[in-house]
Design a protein around this ligand. Structure first.
Ligand code: ZN
Length: 281
């Protein structure tokens, strides 16, 4: 690793991780913890060459990269638990924070992908006492229970809404929407208690396509908060818990590939064979 002349926070030989978005660390939005709106921000790809390779070019290293303390630099299990902080764990946490999850809360997590599962973990970490996980895959519901879900709902559409609403006696004040599809947003607002909040973090391609009906939000004064997760803002606090041994999102990695195996990794995720794939270089 080489670093540019003006880089101060990392040095050659350091172990680092990088969030999915590049940020400068000092503009108005980085300072308020909204690194994904950085005025100098970028994504991995294009001019910087992308990030799935043996070497990467990291613009704005001081504002983007997170240095792993030396004593954990070669600790494989710690590194595997830290890797989700670059994306899915930070995103699940953003869903929980956006939904206003707090100690003793009852919450519902819609979606059983890596982000939804990390949302369960984040809700538990924030002290939720009751966490209902909603999804369609039994194996993923096992991970949800391992992560702290107290109940799971595997029914679909109206049946799922009815079941989750029954379980929580009228819905939860805090709902994490972790998919980004029109159906999952309908489910999220459907299981939200009047006056409650939906925290949404799934890229809303499907919602945009279908159009979002805001009347269910209007009728029950349900708030919609969230958006693309500024995972850089959460990196240090989540890393402290991972290294302290109280947070471990690594079970979302259910398959490993080398660089040549990356296309197979994407296929496995697409066909729901794998939750998240770890690439070993
Ligand atoms: Zn910035």
């Amino acid at each position: 690793m080489v670093v540019g002349e003006e880089v101060r926070s990392v040095a050659p030989g350091d172990r680092v991780f990088a969030p999915f978005a590049i940020s400068c660390g000092y503009c108005e939005f980085c300072r308020k913890g909204l690194h994904t709106s950085c005025v100098r921000g970028d994504a991995w790809g294009g001019d910087n060459g992308g990030a799935q390779g043996e070497y990467i070019k990291a613009p704005h290293a001081d504002g983007t990269l997170v240095r792993v303390p030396d004593r954990y630099a070669d600790d494989e299990s710690a590194l595997e638990a830290l890797l989700p902080l670059t994306d899915v764990m930070g995103t699940g946490h953003h869903a929980a924070v956006s939904a206003g999850v707090e100690a003793g809360a009852t919450c519902i997590v819609v979606g059983d992908g890596a982000v939804g599962l990390c949302g369960v973990l984040a809700a538990r970490r924030l002290g939720a006492s009751r966490i209902v996980a909603m999804g369609h895959h039994e194996d993923r519901m096992d991970v949800a229970r391992e992560f702290g879900a107290t109940e799971t709902v595997t029914e679909r559409s109206e049946d799922a809404i009815e079941r989750a609403t029954d379980l929580t006696h009228g819905g939860a004040d805090h709902v994490l929407e972790c998919v980004g599809a029109a159906s999952s947003m309908e489910t999220a607002v459907g299981v939200c208690r009047p006056g409650g909040t939906v925290g949404y973090v799934g890229a809303p391609y499907g919602i945009t396509e279908a159009g979002l009906d805001v009347f269910p939000f209007f009728g029950d004064n349900v708030s919609l908060r969230g958006g693309i997760a500024p995972v850089r803002a959460y990196a240090e606090e989540l890393m402290a818990d991972v290294l302290g041994g109280t947070l471990d999102p690594s079970p979302v990695f259910t398959k490993r590939v080398d660089l040549e195996g990356v296309p197979d990794g994407y296929r496995a995720m697409d066909e729901r064979e794998a939750i998240k794939v770890l690439v070993e270089v």
